[in-house]
Design a protein. Structure first.
Length: 339
C-alpha cells in the first residue's frame, strides 16, 4: 500500500501519536543531503508532534517511555553492524528495542536493503532483521518493487508493508563550465580542465558499489573522458582505496578525491558531471540515484531494486550484465566524440 506522508504512515498504527523516536541520529547540520533530515523535515518544521533523534548510547532512554507516554512511536533505520566492536553493542540495542515493545511501545522499521552492503555476518543479520520485521507494527519501504522481496525474505505479510517514496533532494543548478572551474579550483590538484564526457562515481568508497569493475572498463578505453571518483573511504575499504590509486595514478583522465565532500560542494560536483555511474552488486533503494535523478543527469545503473522503476526515463540507462554496462559506457563515449 502506497501512502504520501509520514503522518499517514504513523496514523495507521497510532492516530494520537505525539512523539516519534528516530534511530539513528538525524544530522541537522546537513539539511540538503541527509536522508533522515529530508524524510522528517515536514514533521520537524510543522512541530505537530515531537521528533526525538536517538543515538546508540541513548537507547536505554527508550525503554520506559511507553509506560509513561502511550502515544510514542520508535522509527528505526539500519539495524546492522560491520565489525566486532559494533556487533558487541547489538545485544544492548536489541534488549532496549525488545523492552520498549514489551512495555507497549509501537515500532516502525524502514528497510533500506535486505542485506548489509559489506556482506558480513549475513545469517546473523537475517535472524535479527526477521525478528525486527515481526515485532514491528509496520515496515516501511521506498518502492512498490521492494514489497514482495521484503515480504519473502523476512517472512512477513505484504499487508504489513507500507510504501512511502524516498524524499527528494534539493537541487541547485549551475552552469556546467562555472561548476567545473570552481570544482577544479578546490579539488583538481592542479588539473585545469575536464575532458568530455565527464563520468562520476560519488559517495562513500565501498566494494558494494562495483567501482573496480567500472575502472577496469574505463581505463581500457582510448577515447578522451574524465572520471571523477569522489567520497570518503569507508571503514575497512583500504584495499579498494589502494586499488583505485594503483589503477588510476598514471591515467590523467581520472580524478580521485578520497575525502568527505561538504554539502555546499555537492552542486559543484553534480553540475560538473555528464553521466553518473552506479554498479551496485545488490541494492533495494539508492539515495545516490535519487539525488542524481533530481539533478537531471544521465544515469547508468543496474536493473535492480527500486531503480527498476526508472526504466522508462530518458535520462536513465539500465544494465543487466557487465557486457551491457560496457556497451552503455561505449555509447556515451561514441556519442560525445561524434558531437
Amino acid at each position: 500500500m502506497e501512502i504520501s506522508s509520514l503522518k499517514e504512515l504513523y496514523s495507521r498504527v497510532n492516530e494520537h501519536v505525539n512523539k516519534v523516536f528516530v534511530v539513528p541520529l538525524i544530522r541537522y547540520n546537513f539539511p540538503k543531503t541527509d536522508y533522515l533530515f529530508l524524510l522528517y523535515e515536514e514533521l520537524i518544521t510543522e512541530r505537530e508532534f515531537e521528533v526525538v533523534s536517538i543515538s546508540v548510547f541513548a537507547h536505554s532512554k527508550l525503554v520506559l517511555k511507553p509506560i509513561f507516554y502511550k502515544n510514542t512511536i520508535l522509527h528505526y533505520h539500519w539495524l546492522e553492524f560491520q565489525d566486532l566492536k559494533s556487533m558487541l553493542a547489538m545485544p544492548y540495542k536489541l534488549l532496549c528495542i525488545a523492552l520498549y515493545k514489551l512495555f507497549g511501545g509501537t515500532i516502525v522499521w524502514t528497510v533500506h536493503n535486505l542485506k548489509p552492503h559489506d556482506k558480513k555476518y549475513l545469517s546473523l543479520h537475517k535472524k535479527i532483521h526477521s525478528w525486527m520485521a515481526n515485532i514491528a507494527s509496520l515496515i516501511h519501504v521506498h518502492s512498490s518493487t521492494s514489497v514482495d522481496s521484503v515480504s519473502e525474505y523476512y517472512g512477513v505479510s505484504n499487508e504489513k508493508i507500507v510504501v512511502l517514496k524516498h524524499p527528494d533532494f534539493p537541487v541547485k543548478l549551475l552552469p556546467k563550465t562555472d561548476a567545473r572551474n570552481r570544482f577544479l579550483e578546490i579539488y583538481g590538484n592542479g588539473k585545469k580542465e575536464m575532458n568530455e564526457p565527464v563520468f562520476l562515481i560519488f559517495g562513500g568508497i565501498s566494494e558494494y558499489k562495483g567501482i573496480r569493475e567500472i575502472i577496469d572498463l574505463l581505463i581500457q578505453k582510448k577515447e578522451p573522458f574524465t572520471l571523477i571518483i569522489a567520497g570518503y573511504v569507508k571503514k575497512g575499504q583500504e584495499s579498494l582505496h589502494n586499488f583505485i590509486i594503483q589503477k588510476t595514478i598514471d591515467d590523467k583522465r581520472v580524478l580521485y578525491i578520497p575525502t568527505f565532500i561538504p554539502e555546499e560542494h555537492y552542486p559543484l560536483l553534480l553540475n560538473s558531471s555528464d553521466i553518473c555511474l552506479f554498479n551496485y552488486d545488490e541494492i533495494l533503494s539508492s539515495g545516490g540515484v535519487k539525488m542524481v535523478f533530481s539533478y537531471k543527469k544521465n544515469i547508468i545503473a543496474p536493473n535492480k531494486g527500486e531503480i527498476r522503476e526508472l526504466i522508462n526515463e530518458d535520462q536513465v540507462s539500465l544494465f543487466n550484465s557487465k557486457k551491457e554496462l560496457n556497451s552503455l559506457i561505449n555509447s556515451f563515449l561514441e556519442s560525445d566524440n561524434d558531437a
